[in-house]
Design a protein around this ligand. Structure first.
Ligand code: SF4
Length: 478
């Protein structure tokens, strides 16, 4: 994979970077905006915006903003929870993670990237998500050790994505009334986004919903940016992903890899849509999967939005038909994908990585993720080289990988401590023995000296006695 070289130092950063990927998009898309009058989507804006995008791929002047229809309900990635909210929860004891957490809502592209990051962390966050929404707050309250971190860096990332979005999108409030309206809203925004891409050469925050025929599941996501190449012979739109950085550094390889997975997933979804639009567009699967009625009348706001977008639709089925017709005209996405890293400080470009789409590689990556989602194996942990990720994980104190390591560490410390205690006891014993030996030796020497001195005194006494006797003898003799 080719990428532009950079002298910017590489740094492993916190999970802010990862979290900001998701939070930035989710929040940017869900952020409430004051509804404004619905604009004519393709009429030039009163203040034309001609902007150069600071990338080395062809920058595109944006002549008009696209109307982004919004409602107070969650983003496309939450369409399922919106649909499920008013439906009775079914009890399915032995569900897979996919059934338990993503049934009727599709698998998000962020699910794939998070799974690629660490399957165990993904599993933890699914159960935490469920726990948060559970009134009784069962045992997971005990299990979860941290609070979701939303740092300054994440907030700055969110703000930047909102800013990028607002450069080309004009939010228009729509009062949706049904699940069918909600799905139609997303499809209309896709149609408008694609029109903007074709006419203006650029679109951002493009919701995409695509059927994975190989796995038989719906996948959903939101494409950061698409650009039409300037070269005349090239008609395939380029997918661009912008990531903001708190520090002026480029991320570690595993973080870049995660970004590549994300972009390749979008191309995979886009190309899937295009490939099946003509003959076997999965309309029935769409209605069945999300339990939607194609004949249900759309709300008035949405019917107006459709007219403003250049087509007439009364029901969700009509919108899906337009969606399908639109997809028929689409070219495949460009094989060249662009991942940009810009500084949060001044929005300067830190690195731009261009790489080629690898169909076999991404299918394999998605397949590995599906094994986890389909319950074909247990969640795996990060490998040894990537254990630094655990340092930024909210679930580190409860993760078996970490607790097992902690147990190992404790056992090792315990062993070392016992060994040290034994050594200390042995040292004390040796010191006592040495002192004892020393004392004994000193006593022995003192005793020996005293004996010697006494012997010498005795000799002196004997000598003095002999001399005295001799002197007394001589006295009486004289
Ligand atoms: S502590 Fe590490 S291995 Fe465990 S869930 Fe978190 S990132 Fe994954």
């Amino acid at each position: 994979m080719a990428g532009t070289s950079s002298k910017v130092p590489i740094e492993i950063v916190s999970d802010d970077e990862m979290a900001s990927i998701d939070v930035a998009f989710a929040t940017a898309a869900c952020s409430r905006v004051t509804p404004v009058a619905a604009p004519a989507i393709y009429s030039p804006a009163s203040t034309p915006r001609i902007r150069r995008i600071g990338t080395s791929i062809e920058s595109v002047p944006v002549r008009a903003k696209r109307g982004l229809f919004t409602c107070s309900d969650p983003d496309i990635e939450d369409i399922g929870s919106f649909v499920r909210a008013s439906r009775k929860k079914k009890s399915r004891e032995d569900d897979t993670l996919l059934h338990r957490f993503r049934s009727k809502r599709g698998l998000f592209v962020t699910d794939i990237t998070k799974t690629e990051w660490c399957e165990k962390q993904m599993e933890f966050s699914l159960f935490y998500e469920e726990w948060k929404n559970h009134e009784a707050k069962p045992d997971f309250a005990f299990v979860y050790g941290g609070a979701s971190r939303k740092s300054k860096a994440m907030k700055a990332g969110i703000d930047r994505h909102v800013q990028l979005e607002r450069e080309v999108l004009e939010p228009v409030g729509v009062n949706v009334k049904s699940h069918e309206d909600f799905m139609a809203l997303k499809l209309v925004n896709f149609i408008n986004g694609v029109n903007q891409l074709m006419f203006e050469g650029l679109t951002r925050e493009l919701p995409i919903i695509s059927f994975d025929f190989a796995q038989g599941i719906w996948m959903v996501g939101k494409i950061d940016e698409m650009q039409m190449p300037k070269a005349k012979h090239d008609h395939n739109p380029v997918l661009v992903e912008t990531k903001t950085r708190y520090r002026d550094t480029v991320p570690a390889e595993s973080q870049k890899r995660n970004g590549r997975v994300q972009l390749m997933c979008y191309k995979y979804l886009w190309d899937n849509l295009v490939a099946h639009a003509d003959r076997n567009f999965p309309s029935k699967q769409l209605f069945d999967y999300f339990e939607l009625n194609p004949r249900r009348m759309l709300c008035k706001d949405l019917r107006t939005a459709c007219v403003d977008s250049g087509f007439s639709a009364l029901t969700l089925g009509d919108v899906v038909m337009c969606y399908k017709n639109m997809c028929k005209k689409l070219p495949y996405a460009n094989d060249k994908l662009v991942l940009r890293y810009e500084s949060q400080r001044d929005q300067s470009l830190l690195e731009e990585e261009k790489f080629a789409y690898d169909d076999g590689w991404i299918k394999n990556e998605i397949g590995i993720c599906f094994e986890f989602w389909f319950g074909q194996r247990e969640a795996s942990y990060v490998n040894e080289e990537e254990q630094w990720k655990c340092g930024f994980c909210d679930f580190v104190s409860q993760c078996p990988a970490n607790t097992a390591k902690m147990d190992d560490d404790s056992a090792r410390l315990e062993k070392e401590s016992t060994k040290l205690k034994k050594e200390i006891v042995a040292l004390k014993a040796a010191r006592y023995a040495r002192r004892k030996r020393l004392e004994e030796s000193v006593h022995a020497r003192i005793e020996e000296t005293m004996v010697r001195v006494l012997q010498e005194i005795e000799v002196i006494f004997e000598t003095m006695k002999d001399e005295l006797m001799e002197t007394i003898g001589n006295y009486f003799k004289d």
